[in-house]
Design a protein around this ligand. Structure first.
Ligand SMILES: Cc1cc2nc3c(=O)[nH]c(=O)nc-3n(C[C@H](O)[C@H](O)[C@H](O)COP(=O)(O)O)c2cc1C
Length: 270
């Protein structure tokens, strides 16, 4: 059960979000790639300015050359202009971005070369392996975009652009079995200043000394994070809420899970 903070908690949470910054040791602060990585924010408002073909091509190249398990490159990229997106989905690219690339986990292409003996239909192949590889390609494109002065946001729910609507997307894109939409990166030039960084958990919470074993989060830390998420969401999405966003996932996840199972094994889980 998600509990909203009171007024004082709400203000305190916003104050903490406003003060949140990446923590980089002073000796490492001048690295341009690191700075692009840390500067990146999800941008949801784009200027009415086209993205040149060569810039888009450079971003895709960062995805094509991403690392992958046994160099399987188990991904596909569906690319769109504003016009081609509108023609297929009958609405603009979310947030009126000029370009989009949908990232798909793709175990189909590797099976053509290696066969199903080597790559059986299994959650480990379709999901752990293909999803991991395709996600790395997505992140490479995301960071490359930022380095080239292009802003972006990855979408898995907004505009039916990702894994919660995979059956719909599979039909739209005529996907063979073994190919699953994960997320769509919409790209363009930001219409304004970047939003503040959504609250990140402290490094001590998300890391632990391997020799010591897993460490449970300190008491209260997850509650603090939740309060910041609720407050930050309220301010940045005036007509929605973090709770409403979670409900969308809750409502769609059962159907998405059944669709996924059918797409992998050709039947619906009972
Ligand atoms: C796989 C993935 C799917 C996402 N889906 C959505 C989405 O559907 N709609 C949206 O507005 N943001 C989406 N986001 C953006 C996240 O909300 C965002 O990354 C997160 O709040 C952290 O903010 P930051 O990217 O500015 O650091 C998604 C991000 C990822 C990595």
């Amino acid at each position: 059960m998600v509990k909203s903070p009171g007024l004082f908690g709400f203000i305190k949470a916003l104050w903490r979000i406003a003060r949140g910054r990446p923590q980089v040791p002073p000796s490492q602060r001048d690295n341009p790639l690191l700075n692009a990585l840390l500067r990146r924010r999800s941008v949801r408002s784009f200027a009415n300015r086209p993205l040149p073909d060569d810039v888009f091509a450079a971003i895709l190249e960062a995805g094509r050359t991403a690392p992958s398990t046994v160099n399987l490159q188990s991904w596909s990229f569906a690319t769109f202009t504003a016009d081609s997106w509108r023609a297929l989905f009958e609405h603009p690219i979310p947030f009126k971005a000029p370009r989009a690339v949908m990232i798909l986990a793709d175990a189909h292409r590797d099976r053509l070369a290696l066969g199903t003996d080597v790559l059986p239909r299994s959650p480990l192949i379709e999901y752990t392996l293909a999803v991991m590889n395709a996600s790395l390609a997505a992140m490479a494109m995301n960071v490359a975009a930022e380095a080239l002065g292009v802003s972006s946001v990855m979408l898995s729910e907004t505009g039916r652009a990702g894994l919660l609507d995979m059956a719909y997307l599979a039909q739209k894109l005529r996907l063979p079995p073994g190919v699953f939409p994960l997320t769509t990166i919409v790209l363009g030039y930001t219409a304004g200043a970047y939003p503040p960084m959504p609250p990140r958990l402290p490094l001590q919470t998300v890391s632990f000394d391997g020799a010591q074993g897993y460490r449970e989060p300190a008491p209260g830390i997850m509650c603090d994070w939740l309060e910041q998420m609720i407050a930050g969401y309220k301010v940045s999405h005036l007509s929605s809420s973090f709770e409403a966003q979670l409900r969308i996932y809750q409502n769609k996840i059962g159907q998405a899970e059944a669709d996924l199972h059918r797409m992998i094994f050709g039947e619906t889980e009972t």
